[in-house]
Design a protein around this ligand. Structure first.
Ligand code: PBG
Ligand code: ZN
Length: 327
């Protein structure tokens, strides 16, 4: 008889465990989300997201320097405009809040990659991610009129200095529309980071506080995906690849690890997981109560995303994780 296999032999020393470790999380994997508001010297903590702030542009710049010093390669910018309207003017205006923030950050920290979220929900009166028929109170977003506004938004963000455009509205054809608009405006080299498989999730709750983007009526189920569907995610992904996406995102993260895995297998493009607001808030709440070990839980979760196939992780824990990883 052969001796029984003893996998524990390889677990007996920390260095040995290090040698056989299959997945390594590094600071290079992280993308840090930031919320820009107008004004000066503003840092307004988001109630449901301890440690996350709405920041005026001057503060965003300070934060961007810190993020860069921590070794995090990129931020993603969201904006809270002063005024909202039917056409989401604040999203595509050349002096919109995200445009201002992008320009200021690129000027102060040219080495930091600036991704801009390209969507309309923070900028529309009704809080939907697209254009509604005037007077519509059902929230039935009109696809093609929305594409026109997404195109303008993408181009104005690129003009403001964004390095990467990230359309997140889940309209059909949004990658192709954004690509064509960017190319036509001379931005052939700006990559499109597509929120390829984005589910209609309750985990976005705290984000909507942060970004002031809660739909005033209806919900997002006619454009975001049904959480029960996996094959449909692969269909969305194939469409986005075909339309010219450069990077793919799966969102949310934790409840969708299988989707991350399948998307990774289905494509050669870099894949990102969005560790969303509700996932962050749950960890924070438990940690603040002393119920879990925050550092270990966060690093374990982020490693899990990598093991599932994510090349990058958008996370509100990015700064903390970068500090823990450098210890
Ligand atoms: C909107 C958008 C959402 C998030 C990023 N962009 C969610 C939504 O309201 O549908 C969620 C991010 C998070 O929860 O952290 N296009
Ligand atoms: Zn949106």
């Amino acid at each position: 008889m052969f001796p029984i296999h003893r996998p524990r032999r390889l677990r007996n020393h920390p260095q040995l465990r290090r040698m056989v470790r299959e997945t390594v999380l590094t600071t290079s994997d992280l993308i840090y989300p930031l919320f820009a508001v107008s004004g000066e010297a503003i840092a307004q903590e988001v109630k449901s997201m301890p440690g996350v702030y709405q920041l005026s542009v001057d503060k965003i710049v300070e934060e961007a320097k810190q993020v860069h010093d921590l070794g995090i390669p990129a931020i993603i910018l969201f904006g809270i405009p002063v005024d909202k309207d039917q056409e989401a003017t604040g999203a595509w205006h050349d002096h919109g809040i995200v445009q201002q923030a992008a320009t200021a950050v690129k000027q102060a920290v040219p080495d930091l990659i600036v991704i801009t979220d390209t969507c309309l929900c923070e900028y529309t009166t009704h809080g939907h991610c697209g254009y509604l028929e005037v007077g519509d109170l059902t929230g039935r977003v009109l696809n093609d009129p929305t594409l026109e506004l997404i195109k303008k938004t993408a181009v104005s963000q690129a003009k403001a200095g964004a390095d990467i455009i990230a359309p997140s509205g889940m309209m059909d054809g949004f990658v192709q529309a954004a690509r064509a608009a960017l190319d036509e405006a001379g931005f052939q080299d700006i990559p499109i980071f597509s929120y390829a498989a984005k589910y209609a999730s309750a985990y976005y709750g705290p984000f909507r506080d942060a970004a002031d983007s809660t739909p005033q009526f209806g919900d997002r189920r006619t454009y975001q995906m049904d959480p029960a569907n996996a094959r449909e995610a692969l269909k969305e992904v194939r469409m986005d690849i075909h339309e010219g996406a450069d990077m793919l995102m799966v969102k949310p993260g934790l409840a969708y690890m299988d989707i991350i895995w399948q998307v990774k297998q289905a494509s050669e493009l870099p894949v990102a997981a969005y560790n969303v607001s509700g996932e962050y808030s749950m960890v924070k709440a438990a940690a603040l109560n002393g119920w879990i070990d925050e550092e270990r839980v966060v690093l374990e979760t982020l490693t899990g995303f990598k093991r599932a196939g994510a090349d990058m992780i958008l996370t509100y824990h990015a700064k903390d994780a970068a500090r823990w990883l450098s210890n």
